[in-house]
Design a protein around this ligand. Structure first.
Ligand SMILES: [Zn+2]
Length: 254
């Protein structure tokens, strides 16, 4: 019986809120993904370049216990190190003043980490015990609700999306692209979900090479990500690396 209803739901035509792209959603209703990973087809993980540049990306996921590592942000401002910040609606709602503070500084570029921090799935796959978006309509909501929110608050529409956990299936990536956003992954795992000790953060960052996209977190001041970054970012500068915003290399992502 359950299967029967699932099939009906799958074949049914979505006629929902006009603010979601019905045609795109319908196109992805019945697809069968075969990939489920951080490197699904189409996910951008690297800047195509020989220049010694690195993109520092920091996520704010919006869990029950997270906040903002202000000391880390103040360090980046002092050192004039730009960073691309992926934030969720959940986090913005909990930390409106911190969000305004970040968004008002041109050193930082605000991008989309989803409404509810869901892995990007067209059929409800999960990872690390976190449920992905359950279908194409839910994926559209997850992406567009937060993109619209960020645009409304900052006056600037995001051009990138990084799903909660950075997991995607290949159809989700394709659908996100049709909605106008590049799906962003990473090539250097900077803090493993803010679980690394400071020496582990330093070690991870020191593996970075030209064009790498480094992922880490700005929402856990109680952890050692900030301490590690404050040690290793000056070391990378000394090695001749320059930090750039992803937005400035949007046409060179691979
Ligand atoms: Zn996250």
């Amino acid at each position: 019986m359950k299967k029967y209803w699932l099939l009906l739901g799958c074949l049914g035509i979505f006629v929902g809120c006009t603010s979601y792209p019905t045609e795109i959603i319908n196109k992805y209703r019945c697809v069968q993904p075969t990939e489920w990973s951080e490197t699904a087809t189409g996910v951008k993980t690297h800047i195509k370049t020989k220049e010694k540049i690195l993109a520092l990306t920091m996520d704010a996921c919006g869990s029950k216990t997270d906040s903002l590592d202000k000391e880390l942000i103040e360090f980046l401002i002092r050192e004039q190190i730009p960073a691309t910040l992926f934030v969720t609606s959940r986090w913005i709602n909990k930390h409106p003043d911190e969000f305004k503070w970040l968004a008002s500084n041109p050193l930082f570029d605000i991008q989309n980490h989803g409404k509810d921090h869901r892995p990007a799935s067209v059929n409800g796959q999960s990872i690390y015990g976190i449920d992905g978006t359950k279908n194409a309509k839910a994926l559209a909501k997850e992406v567009l609700d937060n993109a619209n929110k960020i645009e409304k608050l900052t006056g600037k529409r995001p051009i990138f999306f990084r799903s909660g956990t950075a997991y995607y299936d290949e159809y989700a990536v394709s659908m996100i692209s049709e909605m106008g956003f590049q799906s962003i992954g990473f090539s250097v795992l900077g803090d493993k979900g803010a679980t690394y000790t400071a020496p582990e953060v330093v070690e991870a960052f020191l593996t970075a090479k030209a064009g790498d996209i480094i992922i880490c977190h700005m929402n856990h001041p109680e952890k050692e990500t900030g301490k590690g970054l404050m040690q290793v970012l000056p070391m990378l500068k000394k090695k001749g690396y320059r930090f750039v915003l992803l937005r400035d290399y949007a046409d060179r992502l691979e």
